[in-house]
Structures are given as C-alpha cells and as structure tokens.
Design a protein around this ligand. Sequence first.
Ligand code: NAP
Length: 485
Amino acid sequence: MVSRVIPVQPFDLVIFGGTGDLARRKILPALFRRFCAGQMAEDARVIGAARGDMNAAGYRGFARDAITEFDGDITMMEAHLARFLEQVDYVTLDAAGDVGWPELAAKLTGADHTRAFYFSVGPALFGPLATRLYDHGLASPGCRIVVEKPFGRDLASARKLNAVLAEHFDETQIYRIDHYLGKETVQNLMAIRFANTLFEPLWNSQYVDHMQITVAESGGVGTRGGYYDKSGAMRDMMQNHIMQLLCLTAMEPPAKYDPDSVRDEKLKVIRALDPVEPGDVVRGQYESTDTLPGYRNEVENRDTTTESFVALKARIGNWRWAGTPFYLRTGKRLRARASEIAVVFKDAPHSIFGADAGRHRNILTIRLQPNEGIEMGVTIKEPGPGGMRLVDVPLDMTFSEALGPQSEDIPDAYERLIMDVIRGDQTLFMRGDEVEAAWAWTDPIIEGWEAAGTQPELYSTGSSGPDDALALIHRDGRRWREIKP
Ligand code: NAP
C-alpha cells in the first residue's frame, strides 16, 4: 500500500525565530520531508526571520546543517536537499522593532501564494509580531498565523493574547499549535471511535470503569530548566497536551470531521469538567541519584516548588461519563518514555467461571509512544488440560507491523500540521475558546497550590512518581498501569 501525497498550493512560509531550536529540530526538517514527498510546490518559499545578521546563503547553510543533523542519513537525498534549499531565504528582522519589515514585505510573493507566518519565538513576542504584521500591511485576509505554545500561563494572559491576535486576525486565520494533535495515533483515536461500530456503544460510564492517560518522560528538564521552572508539569503538559487527549477520548461524536464540529465537541468536554478537589491532585519533584542531579539542582532556584510531575483524578459531569473517573498523570524522570491512553472496561456482569474470572478486564490501550499502536486486552482460556483457567492476552496492532512499508511514510506531527496550515484545515489546532476553557479549569488547581504554599512530594528517578500518586488511585480500588518502554 502506498500513501497518496496530494501537493499543497504554492506558499510563502515565514518562520519568525527561524534560527531557534524549534526551527532547527522540527520545522525545517519537517518542511524538507514534505518537499521530498512531493508536497511542496516548486515555487513555494520558506523564509527564516530573526535578528541575527545573516544572508540567504548563510541561512541555507544553517538549514542544511539542521536537516542533516535531525533527518538522519540524507546522502540518498542530497539532490533533493540542494533543490529544497533554493527555495529557502532569510531576512534579518526584529519582531519587536522596525528593522527588516520592509525587506520582508519585498520578499513575499503575490496573491497566488498562500501566506503563513510561523511564530516560533518566545511568547512575549506573539503580540508584537501580530501588531507589526498588521502595521506593515502583511496581515492580508487570506494569510495564516501559527502560534506556538505556551499560549498564556493562565486564563487572564491567554485572554489577553487572544484579544491581541483578534485585533488583526480572524479566528479562521489563527492556528494554535499543539503538536500532540498532529500525532498519527491521536488522529487514529477519532478513527477508532467513530469509524467502528464496535467501540462506540461501549464508550460510556455503563461499560467503562475508568480511563487513564499517561504521558511519561524518562529524561529530566536538562537544558530547558530555565523555561520549565516557570511553568511546571501542569502548565507545560496537563493544560494542553493531556487536556487535548482527554477531549478526544471523551467527546461526543461530532456531526462531521470538520474544524468547528470537532472543536465544539472538545470544548463541551472541557466545560463539563468538575473542579478538581485538592485531595484529588498530587504533584512531585524528582530527587537526585548518585549520578544524576535532582530537579532542584537542574534549575536556578534551589527552593523551587515547581512540579516535575502531576497526577489527578478528573470527573466529567455529563450523562456519558458521570461515575467514570479519568486518571491523568505526566512527569519527568519516570521509569520510561511512554505515553498512552487506556480505556479500562468494567468486569463482566456475571461470571460463569467462578471467582477467578473477576480478576480479568478488557483494556483498550492506545499507545502514542513508543511503538504507536493499539492493543486490546482480551481474556481467554489458558491453554492446557488444567481446567478452566483464564488468562489475559493482547490483540496487538503495532502500526509499523500492520501497515508495513507505508508506515515509514507516516509524517511526523509537525509535517502534518504545517501542511494543514497551508491547506487551511484547522481541525487539529486549538480554538481560542478551548484554550481559555482549559486555563479556567487548571487555574484554580495552581492557585490552590500557591495559596497553600505546600512543597511537591519528592520521587525517585526511574519510579512511577510520588507515593501519593499511587495512593490517589489505590484508594479507589484501582491501580495505575505500569509505565514500560
Ligand atoms: P529559541 O531557541 O530561544 O529561539 C528563538 C528564536 O527567536 C531565535 O531564532 C531568535 O533569534 C529569535 N528571536 C528572538 N528575539 C527576536 C526578535 N525580537 N525578533 C526576531 N527574532 C527573534 O526558542 P525555541 O526553542 O526555538 O522556541 C520558539 C518557540 O517555540 C517558543 O515559544 C517555545 O515556547 C516554542 N516551543 C519550542 C519547543 C522546542 O522544542 N524548542 C517545543 C514547543 C514549543 P535572534 O536571537 O537571532 O533574534
């Protein structure tokens, strides 16, 4: 099976922050891969913009290095790379000043090119960029802006940012990126739920005992300590990525797969979330080991109370989910880098096999990383003559095995999302009201911590998080799924 690539219309994509880490590691390699796949028109153009004094040739060298470093062996694609780089340009520009704007305007092509501006700069520059695009006459009605995370650090700042963007851009022009939504498995979650008759009738509190969403990382904050310590796990992961996964898992079927139908349903989930009780949330910080520094040694403030781990029990107050808790957790320096959504079904209503059967449950696991795929745990008879003993076995579909060579063509999240921007498809981007609703839910939790002045609980590197996080679910007679590579 060979995947079909539909070329997108010619475009001018300006990457503000074109010399930054995100451009180097993700955006430029993603564009190159789409170029190799034949999706970028020959006259499409990528223009890096930053304050650094560099000419086009210098930026092409930067892009070449980035692609070579993050795209593995490109010797087979050297000819492609040379052609791709011909479409790359650079302008020295200050997002918060006047330098470079006329030069940028002169480089942009006419109305036959879709115009997209990628805000890959620090969040303090999102507002100034929007204003300058408008002031310099570049905010044309058909253009798009792509806004990176973090989108605010609380409801007030998110509202303010939405208002600044709305002064110059219509909501249909604003693409708030959450790269989790570009992951193949996350989109597959919708396919699994709404393209199969098998699951949807069971997808409610009558049959689902509880859900677990885990985004576990094995690494620490490393060089990102400065940024991370100002946000923490709640702002950096829970409010956006995990919230989006929760929405797609819990939402009602949208009438259509189109941006507003999907985003309306997601918004309803966030608005239906009950406030989290203080006893239903646990935060933690990783301790040092003999060889690795602890969280407090990796950030500047040695007395920091920022959390590197958070676990909580969420409840959705609607007909579908009343009584079914959603246990959410994320953290750094945990046992493995593993992200999954687990749907844990209730026990069969009556066991004809005696007491033994009660210990078995169907669990549908959607693995986001590693080994993107789906696994359904089913209970069968243990083989052999020893009577009717039951055993749980996985019905496993790892995409790379099931789809064969085609799976190697699966674009990474940034490839998919950047092409969606050019196509004008906002389905996998967050709408302004969604972001605000998510902050409205997380703000009281963070404010509660700040008011209480409590310390996060320490946890060991390579563990599953703090003991209280285990207790959070144990006291409900349930257990977390093992975090395994
Ligand atoms: P970075 O490495 O610090 O790069 C910042 C870029 O912005 C540089 O190219 C810098 O170049 C440019 N810049 C700074 N001030 C500027 C100004 N006044 N005018 C024009 N350009 C300016 O940051 P990053 O890690 O790439 O992150 C960029 C954005 O993506 C941030 O909002 C971040 O939160 C978000 N993000 C990053 C990652 C990641 O993995 N890196 C992941 C998710 C989200 P000059 O200094 O030469 O101007």
